[in-house]
Design a protein around this ligand. Structure first.
Ligand code: PLP
Length: 439
């Protein structure tokens, strides 16, 4: 009997004993294709020799030095690389140990920023419905996923939510993408006015929504309009790229494709590629200055920030991901995956939408394609798909519709950036069979 409290109590999980490239092997000798990079984490696959080497080298030097006493070469090099790669203006890096921690840090940095610049009345956070920003209390409060929030709602800090940009369900036939972006910007502006224009501190959004909607990108100009609204009211724009960042969508940062620069951006999963737990918050000069010329102290910190072995792993992961051939493969294989999914599932009466960018693709499962009616949540279609896929040696990342009943079950695919066309074909084939068996 396991002594681990698994998330789903009482489940018997296969035991992973080895990983190589895009494959994981269990203790029974079964081999799984990692079609989702776990949860969009393993961007270089498993046991990448160069990353292992960099970690070993660091372990031979020093494995831990508390950041209130020391910095390390690897942490400094990692920060330099990230600043080189980030959109212009994101010039500083605060290292953390994962996605939720990055989001918590961003929220606290936004709040302290306004204290530093003499606007302590700014305290409201606006985010979007059907979003996920992590599981810690602040991050969970920011997320707008009713199912995840439900039982914790009484202990969550107050946050406010507006509509996500979700064209498949919310942009009616006849409305142009420009009009849709305008309508959503107007909704955000109305919310800011309702809360009091000088009282909102930040708007938080994922450029391409991962866990809650399944690779849903914005319509053109949505983020440009959001940026304008934030600027008009002096609100900080926090983009959460924990899942969609670090090359996943075909550019190092997903917001590059939107032509805007946020004030703060969070990254994690693909940054450490699963080799070590690590994440980061990147910030603009404006925010850095407010702290440097103000109290001189970010009133926040965790014991493992800037961990040298994690920094060494991430430093190598980022160095590999930025190689031109890797990003070319993300774009090429991303198109190949979309084409494969369109061909295999496009005609299915249970597939409402197939979307995404780069190697970040989502398939939305519906009971009725014409009305977009989701399956009854009690049927747990997403859990069944996951089970069927595991039986067929495929790891994918299915999620249920929200309890607000607005979207259907979906499957997220986020394979490693080193994937090849033949392996994409296998993913598509196994996923199509799994959906067939589950519905
Ligand atoms: N933000 C986004 C967009 C995420 O997708 C996730 C995790 O799925 C998080 C934050 C939380 O990250 P972590 O699970 O590393 O705490």
């Amino acid at each position: 009997m396991t002594k681990i409290l698994h998330r789903t109590i009482g489940t018997t999980l296969p035991r992973a004993v080895a990983g190589e490239g895009i494959y994981i092997t269990d203790s029974e000798g079964r081999i799984y294709i990692d079609g989702s990079g776990g949860a969009a984490v393993s961007c270089l696959g498993h046991n990448h020799p160069e990353v292992l080497e960099a970690m070993k080298a660091q372990m031979g030097r020093i494995t831990y030095a508390h950041t209130s006493f020391f910095t390390t070469d690897v942490a400094e090099q990692l920060a330099e690389q990230l600043v080189e790669l980030a959109p212009n203006g994101l010039d500083y890096v605060y290292l953390v140990s994962g996605g939720s921690e990055a989001v918590e840090s961003a929220l606290k940095m936004a709040r302290q920023y306004f204290v530093e610049v003499g606007q302590p009345q700014r305290r409201h956070i606006i985010a979007r419905r059907q979003s996920y920003h992590g599981n810690t209390i602040g991050a969970l409060a920011t997320g707008g996923n009713a199912w995840r929030r439900a039982q914790f709602k009484p202990i969550l800090p107050e946050t406010h939510h507006v509509s996500p940009c979700y064209a498949y369900r919310d942009m009616p036939v006849g409305e142009t993408p420009e009009d849709y972006a305008e309508r959503l910007a107007a909704e955000l502006e109305a919310k800011i006015i309702e809360l009091g224009t000088g009282k909102v501190m930040a708007f938080v959004a994922e450029p391409v929504v991962g866990a809650t909607l399944g690779a849903v990108g914005p319509v053109a100009d949505y983020f440009k309009r959001v940026r304008q609204v934030c600027d008009k009211y002096g609100i900080l724009l926090i983009l959460d790229e924990v899942m969609c960042g670090m090359g996943r969508t075909g550019t190092m940062f997903a917001c590059e494709q939107e032509g805007i620069v946020p004030d703060l951006v969070t990254i994690a999963k693909g940054m450490g590629g699963g080799f070590q737990p690590i994440g980061a918050l990147m910030l603009s000069e404006k925010i850095y200055r407010a702290f440097a010329e103000g109290s001189g102290l970010f009133q926040h910190g965790h014991t493992y920030i800037g961990h040298p072995v994690a920094a060494a792993a991430a430093n190598k992961v980022v160095e590999i991901v930025r190689r031109p051939e890797i990003m070319e493969n993300v774009i090429k294989m991303g198109e190949c995956l979309q084409a494969g999914l369109d061909a295999a599932l496009g005609q299915s009466p249970y597939v409402g939408d197939i979307r995404g960018r780069g190697l970040f693709r989502g398939v939305e499962i519906v009971a009725d394609k014409d009305t977009q009616q989701p399956f009854d949540p009690a049927r747990k279609i997403h859990s069944r798909i996951k089970k069927e896929a595991m039986k067929r040696g495929l790891m994918c990342y299915p999620m249920g519709g929200t309890i607000d009943g607005v979207n259907g079950d979906h499957v997220l695919l986020a394979p490693p950036y080193i994937i090849q066309a033949k392996q994409i074909d296998l993913i598509v084939e196994r996923l199509a069979e799994s959906i067939d068996a589950a519905v």
